[in-house]
Design a binder for this molecule. Structure first.
Ligand code: BEZ
Length: 241
């Protein structure tokens, strides 16, 4: 594990970056032991951390993610949660959520995806989830998108006080899968059905060609060309019914 020291002798743990292989670990979870990422080969995984069990923002997030689990599964994506708490705390918290908590029209929510116990911060440190400027022992709200080959494709980090936007997490997943499948990029606020961006021209000849090809492409200028990508085609390739 790589570490650096600052002037106050405080330890900072590095985090995986986009394009890195997801650090490996074995962990106990509420769904049994997992070997990460090998157990998830061939699937996308969202590995996410939260500060602590029995806290309100985390509870609202877990209920929302559990509610959306099937939707993520239909996009070939598994969810794995983590906090620096023990297994029995996790079990008690998830039971309480199911039995007692109502939020945003949701109730009786059962969290079926694994929640990692990480009392010794083994995983949290490997993934840079402990950011000591925010809290010394509680994980920040990190989200790692890991692709079917075990490569980190995107990261989101939020502070303890800020609950995540799960529509955005889902949108980002579908956008990355669409980029992979159709070899395109996706513009701001893209959702399936909206035009996609083709990679910028890499030569004067291609730039010229792009500007004269009015059949398929719409070019604002030589470097900014879009094309339609049928929503049904995107959904058919990515979403399992
Ligand atoms: C929460 O989940 O409510 C929370 C956790 C840690 C700090 C602040 C809020």
């Amino acid at each position: 594990m790589e570490t650096t020291e600052n002037n106050n002798q405080e330890q900072h743990f590095t985090m995986p970056r986009i394009g890195d292989k997801a650090p490996e670990f074995k962990a106990i979870t509420t769904q049994g032991e997992i070997n990460f990422p090998s157990d998830y080969k061939g699937k996308w995984v969202i590995l996410f951390s939260h500060p602590a069990d029995f806290t309100p923002v985390c509870t609202s997030e877990f209920m929302t993610f559990a509610h959306l689990e099937q939707k993520f599964d239909n996009a070939n994506c598994k969810l794995v949660g983590l906090s620096v708490d023990g297994l029995y705390s996790h079990i008690a918290w998830l039971r309480t959520i199911k039995d007692k908590i109502k939020f945003n029209g949701m109730e009786n929510i059962e969290v079926k995806f694994p929640l990692i116990e990480d009392i010794i911060m083994n995983v949290a440190k490997k993934y840079g989830m402990i950011q000591s400027g925010e809290h010394k022992t509680q994980a920040v709200r990190a989200v790692f998108f890991i692709d079917p080959e075990g490569t980190v494709r995107a990261l989101i980090y939020y502070p303890l006080s800020l609950g995540r936007n799960f529509d955005e997490i889902y949108r980002a997943l579908i956008a990355m899968q669409t980029s992979d499948k159709f070899n395109v990029a996706t513009p701001a606020d893209w959702v399936p059905g909206k035009d996609v961006i083709i990679s910028p021209a890499g030569s004067c000849g291609v730039a010229e060609e792009r500007m004269s090809n009015t059949d398929e492409l719409e070019c604002e200028d030589w470097f900014f060309c879009t094309k339609p990508l049928d929503k049904d085609m995107v959904l058919k390739e990515i979403i399992k019914n």
